[in-house]
Structure formats: C-alpha cells, structure tokens
Design a protein around this ligand. Structure first.
Ligand code: FES
Length: 160
C-alpha cells in the first residue's frame, strides 16, 4: 500500500496541535525562565552612605570603635557582613579608619596606654592617624570619605 502524497486530516491535526503546543510553551516558559534567572543578574549597590551617629556623641581626640552590619544580596545568596571603624573626632569633623589591618586583614584595636592601633596577628602597629609604626603592614589603615549632615556623621562605604 502506498502512502498518499497529500496531507491526511490526522497528520494535519497532529501537526497543528504540536505547533500550538510549542507556541504556548514558549509564551509561558520564557517569562518563567526569566523570573527564575533574574536574581543571578541583579547587581548589589556598590556604595552607600552609612550613618554612624551624632558627631558630638564621639569623644574628641579619642578613637572610638563603631560596628555595623550590611546585608548583601548576590543572586540567591544573602550574606551579612560586619564592619568595624574607628572614629577620631576633631571638632565638627572626623577621621574614620577601618579596623582591618592592611597586612592580612586581622582586626586592630586601639590601645590608649600605648597610643596606637595594635594588630595582634603579627604585631603590626599604627599611629592615631593610621600610619604604620611597626610590623609588616604595607600601608596605612584605610580611611573613609565622611560627611556631616544635620549633625550626623556618615561614611561612604564601597563594597566590592
Ligand atoms: S595581619 Fe596585621 S600585622 Fe599581619
């Protein structure tokens, strides 16, 4: 028995249903795929002003530790990072230094009696301005851009 070169009704219906199914799948599926993948392409805001408190609440000339956390969304992953900074107030302005050692990122602490920031990991030392005074740190402590608005001290935090 030879097959007719003309399209049979059954083949036409099967082909039409297949085509409609493909179109419907594409119309429904593409937005769903876009919705599922969109968090992977979102970028986190790289920099933000972080308020630290009223400028007059910080003692004059004495480094004061301030801690805060930031939540970072990277795709589906959410991480909470903690930061520590030292505020050294001079009148209505302030020098704000990171508490991360510039050698291997251990946390430094201010030692009033020694008048220095001390890093316990390799005995690194920094003066009150953050300049290296001892040990292996290759550069001064990082400092932040600051602003004072309506009496509130803020720093510009740049996250990678
Ligand atoms: S990490 Fe601070 S001196 Fe090495």
């Amino acid at each position: 028995m030879t097959k007719s070169p003309n399209l049979s009704r059954r083949d036409f219906v099967t082909g039409t249903i297949g085509l409609l199914g493909t179109i419907m799948g594409t119309v429904i599926g593409l937005p769903a795929i876009g919705y599922l993948l969109s968090p992977a392409f979102q970028s986190h805001q790289a920099e933000a002003w972080i308020p630290l408190g009223k400028i007059e609440s910080f003692p004059e000339g004495v480094p004061t530790l301030v801690s805060f956390t930031r939540t970072k969304q990277n795709g589906w992953e959410r991480t909470v990072n903690s930061f520590g900074v030292y505020v050294l107030r001079k009148g209505s302005q302030a020098l704000v230094l990171s508490n991360l050692c510039t050698h291997l990122s251990c946390r430094v602490t201010w030692q009033t009696e020694a008048n220095q920031y001390h890093c316990p990991c390799h005995d690194g030392g920094f003066d009150i301005q953050g300049q290296v005074t001892a040990g292996p740190p290759p550069r001064p402590l990082d400092n932040y851009e600051t602003k004072v608005e309506e009496g509130t001290l803020s720093i510009l935090l740049k996250e990678a």
